[in-house]
Design a protein around this ligand. Sequence first.
Ligand code: FES
Ligand code: FES
Length: 78
Amino acid sequence: MDQPAVAQNAPYPIEVEAGKSYFWCACGKSSQQPFCDGSHQGTSILPEKFTATDSKKVYFCGCKKTANSPLCDGSHNA
Ligand code: FES
Ligand code: FES
């Protein structure tokens, strides 16, 4: 199992749109953080789909260590 890279040690605040889907980068290698750009190819890590239920600001995990993916759960502070 490949370990994800830390993209940044803080969440990414993103205004999401109700009904829209987003693909969160779980591997940490994307240059389009916090979203997947295909750079996970060659690893065993896949992006995670997030479908917004409301239009609001959410905090996508940047450290890739959250237990509540794809959202930040505060694990970057540990
Ligand atoms: Fe990281 Fe796709 S680039 S999951
Ligand atoms: Fe990963 Fe907060 S940025 S848990």
